[in-house]
Design a protein around this ligand. Structure first.
Ligand code: UDP
Length: 368
């Protein structure tokens, strides 16, 4: 069988790896960019691995996904924590009982803690949308909404939290415990020791996989490659682009990342610091923390959200009901195509984390 894989992001890489290594099939893997790895790619900048498209922390609940990805790299046991600037103080995000004590006077924090424990139970994870439904917790709910979620969400998505799919806020639930980790529910976490791009290169080291970079899907014909000659096509580009926007453009969010090298050992105190309010950027990433790299200099990235426009990289499908409905027209159209599979964040129009992208690609592979 001959397979064409469009897009060398995580989903395309998993399919290429499985098809070639497990089934011995031929794969042509193309990407319009000049590197593999899509938005998970990283790059060495003077000894510091920089996540070129924003912070990527591998985390999963799935032993199967973890077993799969760790075939290609050793993982540094990094446990992600995020701190957010709230009223001049850095507090853990997602908001938790430590944040409560950092912000409020002790007696008030104790009282709120008791009510939270009574209402939800120790260790529970509560979405801000759920917390706001509880009248007796109105003060703390409104504080968290205003200081953590409202302005950040306006910056990130250009809409209010209530307009988004609730699953967005289920990603960062308030934790009724004192665990500062960003992904406390995921037992497997880490960062590839040599970086993502190195792990990805290992995934596709097989002579049956031909990689062509800097190649547009639309120009394959003019390069003498007949798309119709492949037995299967896996497309991880934007599904609306594939269909020439016949049902209109789907909305995406993009980012502008400004990366700076600073001639000092550290800039801040953590890998990711969120600025939920009062700044145009949402986060500052300090890359050396991911692998605990020691160096006299540091590299930081400011993350500015923006609306996607032609020519920008797509980062996120828009998680709203309206966008999902618009996508359905394309999904229906896709069903009529035999042996063309739409994969990844952009092909499936899903806000996948890395583990979910891998899981979906492995499931698709198993179903072929
Ligand atoms: N969010 C927020 N404040 C924060 C962190 C997250 O309002 O300090 C909201 C925001 O809408 C964000 C969403 O929760 O887009 C999901 O956050 P996550 O960190 O999972 O986003 P990602 O890393 O995927 O951009």
């Amino acid at each position: 069988m001959r397979n064409l894989i469009v897009g060398a992001g995580l989903s395309g890489l998993v399919l290429a790896e499985r098809l070639a290594n497990d089934r011995g099939e031929e794969v042509l893997l193309i990407d319009r960019r000049d590197h593999i790895g899509g938005n998970c790619a990283d790059k060495d900048w003077g000894g510091i691995l920089v996540h070129s498209y924003g912070a990527h922390i591998f985390h999963t609940k799935s032993p199967k996904v973890w077993e799969y990805i760790t075939r290609f790299s050793l993982f540094y046991p990094y446990m992600h924590k995020v701190f957010g600037l709230v009223q001049g103080q850095l507090v853990p995000v997602p908001f938790n009982l430590n944040a409560l004590y950092a912000i409020f006077p002790h007696a008030l924090a104790k009282e709120l803690e008791s009510t939270l424990l009574r209402t939800f139970g120790f260790g529970s994870r509560v979405s801000i949308l759920e917390l706001r439904k509880h009248k007796e917790l109105e003060m703390i709910a409104e504080f968290i909404y205003e200081n953590i979620f409202y302005h950040y969400t306006l910056k990130q998505w250009q809409c209010r939290p209530e307009e988004l799919d609730p699953s967005v806020f289920a990603r960062v639930p308030i934790l009724i415990a004192k665990d500062d980790r960003y992904f406390p529910a995921d037992p497997y976490q880490g960062i590839p020791l040599e970086g993502y791009s190195a792990a990805f290169a290992k995934m596709i080291t097989n002579k049956r996989i031909e990689v062509r970079l800097g190649v547009e899907f639309s120009e394959l014909g003019s390069r003498g490659i007949d798309v119709g000659a492949f037995d299967r096509v896996f497309y991880s580009g934007a599904i609306d682009e594939y269909f020439s926007y016949k049902f209109g453009e789907l909305p995406y969010r993009s980012l502008e990342l400004k990366t700076l090298r600073l001639e000092r050992e550290y800039f801040g105190s953590n890998s990711v610091i969120n600025y939920p309010k009062n700044y145009d950027f949402t986060r500052i990433i300090e890359h050396k923390y991911f692998l605990d790299t020691k160096s006299p200099h540091t590299i930081i990235t400011y993350e500015y959200p923006k609306k996607w426009q032609l020519g920008d990289e797509r980062y996120y499908p828009m998680p709203t009901q309206a966008a999902k409905a618009a996508y359905e027209a394309y999904a229906n159209e896709a069903k009529s195509l035999k042996n063309v599979f739409f994969i990844g964040r952009l092909g499936a129009y899903q806000y996948y984390d890395m583990d979910k992208a891998i899981e979906a690609a492995l499931n698709l592979y198993a179903s072929l």
